[in-house]
Design a protein around this ligand. Structure first.
Ligand code: GTR
Length: 326
């Protein structure tokens, strides 16, 4: 009898607890993915988003991170996110271009004056509009926020100071025809290749170089096999984190709003971690003997004008608005 009473009590207690927290979406563990390793700013910011989400929902929604490209390269992970096999993906905007062509405006060479300009654009109205366009596109992705990808510079096995030095060199670019066109216009020979294959391609001389921001150049150990870093600054590609539309539709409106709020916080947190990581990476590769080479950026800017014309022609109005951002 006593036992039965306490069972009833327990059931009542559970019942009222459930009523109190009124779970709108069922329990779920979000599978998050990134090509970067544990400890990289983007991965850390995403993990913090997960911890906050877990706390705010009393453990109802948790996040499990799959870093270091264990779920594939970005093209493959975008596809997995579209079908709901990955719930949240942090990716460069580069490989999103072939899926949502409009984002290619941000992927164009020298479209931003400098990093401050790029940040003002992604943090502001235009950044919000582009996220909304990704979400509204048929890609089945819900764009949650931006992350900083800094400035991409050229790195090679032999020093490059001028366009002539770049002649005939095979340079790995991300999977998007825009980037191959960019490298070809700069004077090199653009080769589209997945991120995961790059280290050994550099090591064995399948390619003569690649291009990326200092944190990637450092953490992927590319500096050990391509020790010349030419400050071309040709691309400043923002990164995004997106949720699968399939997952998004399973969430209640309250949970969606919570995730949006935490996404903005993650965007701002990554920014701070990013700046520290850039400084650390530059110092580390210099210490390891990497030579930083100043180049005449104007030459590369002029050489890539046809790429901006080709990919920007349908977005003239948007480009004007980007230029007008202070
Ligand atoms: C990095 C970026 C990655 C990936 C990589 C690449 O800067 O953070 O998302 O796109 O570049 O070159 O493939």
């Amino acid at each position: 009898m006593k036992f039965r009473k306490s069972l009833v009590g327990l059931a009542l207690a559970i019942g009222s607890l459930t009523m109190m927290s009124a779970p709108a979406s069922a329990n779920m563990t979000l599978k998050a993915a990134d090509v970067h390793p544990e400890g990289y700013p983007n991965v850390v910011a995403m993990e913090h988003l997960g911890q906050k989400l877990e706390a705010a929902t009393n453990g109802r929604i948790t996040l499990k991170m799959f870093p270091g490209a264990i779920l594939g390269d970005e093209k493959a992970m975008i596809e997995q996110t579209q079908v709901g096999a990955i719930d949240i993906l942090r990716t460069s905007l580069g490989p999103v271009g072939p899926v949502v062509p409009e984002v290619n405006v941000f992927n164009m060479p020298f479209v931003f004056r400098d990093e401050a300009h790029m940040r003002a654009v992604i943090d502001g109205e235009i950044g919000d509009e582009l996220l909304a366009k990704i979400t509204a596109s048929p890609a089945k992705l819900v764009a949650l926020g931006w992350m900083d990808g800094g400035t991409r510079n050229l790195y090679t096995k032999k020093p490059v100071k001028t366009q002539a030095d770049l002649q005939g060199m095979k340079i790995r670019m991300m999977g998007n025809p825009l980037f191959v066109d960019t490298m070809n216009a700069m004077g090199g020979n653009g080769i589209s290749m997945g991120f995961g294959e790059l280290y050994s391609a550099l090591q064995t001389g399948v390619v003569d170089g690649a291009e990326n921001n200092p944190p990637t150049y450092f953490t992927q150990n590319h500096f050990t096999v391509a020790p010349y870093y030419s400050l071309t600054g040709h691309l400043m590609i923002p990164e995004i984190f997106v949720m699968s539309k399939i997952t998004w539709d399973k969430l209640s409106a309250d949970d969606q709003a919570l995730i949006k709020k935490l996404a903005r916080e993650a965007q701002m947190e990554q920014r701070e971690l990013w700046d520290a990581k850039v400084a650390e990476s530059v110092a580390a590769v210099k210490k390891a003997g990497v030579e930083f080479i100043e180049v005449d950026k104007k030459v590369f800017y002029d050489a890539t004008a046809p790429v901006r014309e080709k990919y920007g022609k349908d977005y003239a109005e948007l480009i004007k608005r980007i230029e007008a951002v202070k």
